[in-house]
Design a protein around this ligand. Structure first.
Ligand SMILES: [Zn+2]
Length: 501
């Protein structure tokens, strides 16, 4: 017996045209079976979800986040990416599986509240991949009812080595597991992944310069063997771009291509310090770039040229990053920031991201980044159309954001806020109802999270203090890198572009 539901009375707004209209939906077993005129399914033997006064949109996808950083929200004030990486060892420090799971539960709950139905989560675990902890993260998303790709975010080189200027100030970084052992653990993670309705595994060589070629290639082979997505941080900061060019003798993107990692399976986050040739390679490979505008501003990393990416033919998605640099896991806000930041620089208004492009990136773009548009046996997400998963967000058309209702798509992107989201459905099941998470006891989960995080902070205080000392020691060298000439300038007002490396 199939699970049937009709969604009635709503104003549906979806790509590709993003033109609103009154539509009813018939949902069967979590999949949109039909879209019809109001009343079209009135005779159906099905449960009813009344959406009168609601704007019904495809759920947003947060294509780059890190639930494991939830315990460190607000800790960073003036950190750049490199300082954040120096603090990475304690931010990813060991924790009980219960805390790992609660991080995902709370990150999932926060995601739902901004109309987000799916996330790509990269989990860093100091000491190397811990399979039980990774499975706990997947279970956390499953419990709260959010679709998730969960990837161990791994490295076998510390930032002291990846950015030699840091090593010169701070000495050698901590040595971790060898690449082969990391790949072995990732294989165990993937092959023992529990059977879950909404969560699936992926792999994340975190930053290419932090991975030996053996580790990067080993993960590429494992991903190919199991048909998994690969996710990496690409050309996020100027020091990374400089160090990458020094180490590889070519851009990071060209090194990804040389290692055979650049392909349709690759999702690359940030993509700020890219040149035309990089963008052409990414486009030709069919890779997805996730722009992460809030985090890029927060860490002073620069501004991604989303227009140049789209013009080159690169597929674009949007992410928030983790709570350490996001700082709110607000997918709606990330979409708005991505649209607004395309207006900086000298691009004329005709080059700015259109409303439709931004909303596509936040929905179908995210689905592509997560492989939810092409996974055999799984309905695609990101559109309200027959055959697509019933991943839906409902917004209050009576709110100030939509009053008066002049251009609902534009108002969704520019005026709407998370508080306007009333309900969220993932795979046909309501996970957020009347602005409350309906799948878990959020108050109890939050109370337990607070207790466990307090203990965890206490235990890792010495490592945190050591990281802060190293950040102070490296600050002048990092400032020099930030000011170094570079062919592309993505720091607005950051000086003249320099000659090619
Ligand atoms: Zn990240």
């Amino acid at each position: 017996m199939s699970e049937r539901l009709v969604v009635v009375g709503g104003t549906v707004l979806t790509g590709p045209d993003w033109r609103p209209g009154p539509r009813d939906l018939l949902v069967e077993d979590g999949v949109i079976a039909a879209v019809g005129a109001p009343g079209a399914f009135d005779g159906a033997d099905a449960a009813r979800h009344v959406a009168s006064g609601r704007l019904v949109i495809p759920g947003l996808v947060n294509a780059h986040t890190h639930a494991h950083t939830l315990p460190v929200r607000g800790v960073a004030r003036d950190w750049t990416l490199e300082v954040s990486l120096l603090h990475g060892a304690w931010m990813g420090a060991a924790r009980p599986a219960e805390l790992a799971e609660l991080c995902a539960v709370l990150a999932g709950a926060e995601s739902l509240a901004s109309g987000c139905t799916g996330v790509f989560d990269l989990v860093s675990q100091t000491g190397g991949p811990d399979v039980a902890g990774l499975h706990a993260v997947a279970r956390g998303y499953e419990r709260v009812g959010v679709r998730a790709l969960v990837a161990p975010m791994v490295a076998d080189r510390p930032v002291h080595d990846a950015v030699p200027a840091i090593g010169a100030c701070c000495g050698a970084g901590p040595s971790g597991l060898a690449g082969a052992e990391i790949v072995r653990r990732c294989r165990e993670y993937v092959t023992t992944f529990p059977a879950l309705r909404l969560a699936r595994p992926a792999l994340a060589p975190t930053i290419l310069a932090h991975c030996t070629p053996e580790l990067a290639s080993g993960l590429g082979a494992l991903a190919a063997e199991h048909g998994l997505r690969l996710h990496t941080h690409l050309a996020e900061s100027k020091p990374q771009a400089l160090a990458g060019a020094d180490r590889f003798g070519r851009s990071i993107t060209r090194e990804l291509a040389r290692l055979g990692l650049l392909g349709e399976r690759l999702t690359a986050a940030h993509g700020i310090w890219l040149d035309d040739a990089d963008r052409e390679l990414l486009a030709a490979a069919g890779a997805v770039v996730v722009t992460v505008p809030g985090s890029n501003l927060r860490l002073g990393s620069g501004i991604a040229d989303t227009r140049a990416l789209l013009a080159a033919g690169v597929r674009l998605a949007i992410g928030t990053d983790g709570a350490n640099s996001a700082d709110a896991l607000d997918a709606l806000d990330a979409a708005r920031l991505a649209a607004l930041l395309s207006r900086t620089g000298t691009h004329p208004p005709t080059d700015w991201l259109t409303v439709e492009e931004a909303l596509d990136a936040a929905t179908t773009g995210g689905a592509t980044a997560c492989g939810w548009s092409d996974t055999a046996g799984q309905p695609p997400t990101g559109r309200i159309a027959p055959g697509h998963a019933a991943d839906l967000a409902f917004l209050d058309l009576g709110s100030r954001a939509f009053t008066p209702a002049n251009d609902l798509a534009n108002q969704l992107l520019t005026a709407a806020r998370a508080a306007d989201v009333t309900d969220v459905m993932v795979a046909g099941r309501l996970a957020y109802r009347d602005r409350e998470v309906s799948t878990v006891d959020l108050a109890a989960a939050t109370a337990r999270f607070r207790d466990l995080v307090a203990e965890w902070h206490e235990r890792h205080r010495p490592a945190r203090e050591q990281a802060a000392a190293q950040a102070r020691a490296a600050s002048a060298a990092l400032a020099t890198l930030r000011a170094a000439p570079w062919p592309t300038d993505r720091l607005l007002g950051g000086g003249q572009p320099g000659p090619p490396p």
